[in-house]
Design a protein around this ligand. Structure first.
Ligand code: PAF
Length: 298
């Protein structure tokens, strides 16, 4: 009998992973506030499935996927600690940065920490319907020694959920590259309440170029080398391939939820302060979006 994956929360990416695991007979349990099973509809391509996920009763758990928003990750891992086995493998998966270091210090010497950075798109038109909107790919990396020495094939099991999956040694450059995309698309689409594809319009190009130029500057101060041109090209590709999608931040704002602005633009601004840099375009975008939000949404 295969041991189950525990998926924390019922966000779109978590439910996507859980649904795909269940469809290929990989046991999976949900960890959510309400201790009851979840019945929902899963639409992927032209297929529609009726899904049922059991809620986990008690640990210990060996395999845990934490696909939560960046601001919830540290507290969630803290509350999960008593449920983790001594050799549990914990996989984080979110937009933005800043969670790896605090989570590392929480885990025991044999508990592995991983990061999965995915471009799969999923969204919930309502609470009990999950739609797989973008077939993306995933980069996975071990982030501590226990993960590097993990003896079972975590990559193979995770790739059933978020395929195609590439295993790399160091997640840092991938997180920075994703941060570049998120730091442009997410706050701009949230501010203008538009789909990702709208950002290809001429009127946004000057602002986007300034945001990317500043990103290159702060990334370089943090030891990450990118060119504005390559990021601009990649951004256009992402905006085109996800043209019909609403970004996660647009959806958070539209639904009155807390946003990841702090873990995305806020992270860049904090790094800029550390390196004595000015990021006027990111600062202006942060200020403009913050003016539309309640303080607890930041
Ligand atoms: O956060 C999101 O929505 C996605 O990461 C991205 C890449 C901006 C596409 O919508």
């Amino acid at each position: 009998m295969k041991t189950p994956w525990l998926v924390v929360g019922k966000g779109a990416i978590g439910l996507l992973a859980a649904s795909r695991w269940q469809l290929c007979q990989q046991p999976v349990l949900l960890w959510q506030k309400q201790p009851k099973s979840l019945c929902y509809r899963f639409s992927s391509g032209s297929q529609d499935y009726a899904m049922m996920l059991q809620n986990a009763q008690s640990g210990p758990f060996d395999k845990v996927l934490v696909p939560l928003k960046a601001y919830d990750v540290v507290d969630a891992v803290k509350s999960l600690l008593p449920m983790l086995s001594e050799q549990a493998q914990v996989v984080l998966c979110h937009n933005g940065m800043g969670t790896l270091e605090p989570v590392k210090t929480l885990l025991g010497p044999r508990q592995g920490l991983w990061f999965a950075s995915t471009t799969h798109g999923a969204y919930k038109p309502h609470a009990l319907h999950l739609r797989h909107t973008g077939f993306g790919s995933t980069i996975l990396a071990p982030c501590n020694q226990a993960a590097q020495h993990c003896s079972w094939n975590l990559t193979k099991e995770l790739s059933q959920a978020l395929s195609p999956l590439t295993l790399v040694d160091d997640i840092t450059p991938y997180l920075w590259r994703k941060l570049a995309m998120n730091a442009v698309i997410n706050p701009l689409t949230a501010l203008h309440n538009c789909r990702n594809g709208e950002l290809n319009k001429a009127e946004f190009q000057q602002q986007i170029k300034s945001l990317l130029a500043e990103f290159v500057l702060v990334a370089s101060a943090c030891g990450q080398s990118f060119t504005e041109g390559e990021l601009y090209q990649q951004l256009q590709q992402v905006q085109t391939s996800t043209a019909q999608n609403f970004s996660s931040m647009q959806q958070d704002v539209a639904n009155g939820r807390r946003t990841e602005l702090g873990a995305i633009t806020g992270y860049l601004l904090a790094q800029a302060v550390l390196h004595q840099l000015q990021l006027p375009a990111h600062q202006a975008l942060y200020t403009a979006l913050a003016a539309k939000l309640e303080p607890w949404q930041l």
